[in-house]
Ligand binder design. Sequence first.
Ligand SMILES: NC(=O)C1=CN([C@@H]2O[C@H](COP(=O)(O)OP(=O)(O)OC[C@H]3O[C@@H](n4cnc5c(N)ncnc54)[C@H](O)[C@@H]3O)[C@@H](O)[C@H]2O)C=CC1
Ligand SMILES: O=C1[C@@H](O)[C@H](O)[C@@H](O)[C@H](O)[C@H]1O
Length: 345
Amino acid sequence: MAGAHVTKVGIVGIGFIGSDHLHRLTKTIANVEVTAVCDIVPNKAQKVLDEQGLKAKDYSDYHDLINDPNVEVVVCTASNEAHYEIVMAALKAGKFTFCEKPLALDAQQCMDIINEEKKLGRRMLQVGFMRHYAPEYVQMKQMIDDGVIGNPLMVDERHYNQTQPEEYDTSRSIIETAIHEIDLDHWLVNDDYASIRVFAPKQTRHAQNAQIKDPQIVMMETKTGINIVIEVFVRCQYGYDIKCDVIGEEGVLELPTVPQVATRLNAQYSTAILTDWKARFESAYDIEFRDFIGHVSQEESPVGPSAWDGYIAAVTADAALKSLDEDGEKQDLDFPEAPAFYAAK
Ligand SMILES: NC(=O)C1=CN([C@@H]2O[C@H](COP(=O)(O)OP(=O)(O)OC[C@H]3O[C@@H](n4cnc5c(N)ncnc54)[C@H](O)[C@@H]3O)[C@@H](O)[C@H]2O)C=CC1
Ligand SMILES: O=C1[C@@H](O)[C@H](O)[C@@H](O)[C@H](O)[C@H]1O
């Protein structure tokens, strides 16, 4: 009997998550070979290969990686501003592509990507909105769908990072951080957004310059009137903290955190708080890649978050940034039906 097909993957952008996905794809996900890597910073990718004890072709230009016949699938984990050009090139080359969120910098770029993907006649792209795979969110959604708490009325969320560097500016809190909730919430409560407003309350002294707005409060209302509030605070200092309560007519669903051993010591009872997304969503990333590779290795279209999901999130994020610019002015939102090309199968 012939062995399972080994899928040949090339990864573009070997920074924090690129290194993490490199490790995942070579050590955790079965039947994958990472045949090539690329980072725009000289020697960065090779250093990570050496640290992880791996061998792969190390390209300095992502075009060469994409055009390598030994790369069947392109994984884009480069910085946000490079996603558009890398994804467009990968699709033009007709390769299955996984792109970390956000799909691109704005809705127009996402629409260009959609048009490029449509030329291929079927879905070839998945976006890294991994929370759809997190067992705790999947369970919450199932309970909402089953009517366990009655109709959802409000969603109360927190997205806190311990710290971010100075270049992590105001817009990144929306397009890189809040984008997770923006993408997730309409799926969770089965409703489209009708409006969004974002404002900056009292600011942290830990922001590296006065232009940075941190924290921010994002408020969304859905077509049926569900109110969603997301506190986005990317320099909270104390840890990585994700909260999601869905308040319904009959009860509340509360997102669990990753269990940590509790310590009773010196008249104190304490549990640790995680400090980054790697450990907090580790199982979600693993399940996400098993699903993505499982499909594309069979030459099937991926079924996870699509370019259309990336587009809906980008339209909402564009409006969020406009609101922030206009001191929290409400921005109305209206979305077209998903094209048949992206309809859930
Ligand atoms: N799904 C999730 O939870 C997470 C998603 N991300 C996303 O992953 C992406 C990368 O984030 P990080 O790893 O934190 O950033 P990073 O800055 O650590 O890594 C990005 C890497 O891309 C490289 N790069 C930039 N332009 C390039 C180009 N044209 N060609 C080749 N390499 C290029 C940079 O040199 C850098 O090494 C971002 O889009 C971010 O939003 C990041 C962390 C978690
Ligand atoms: O996607 C991620 C990062 O890019 C982003 O910078 C963080 O704020 C998020 O918590 C993390 O999940």
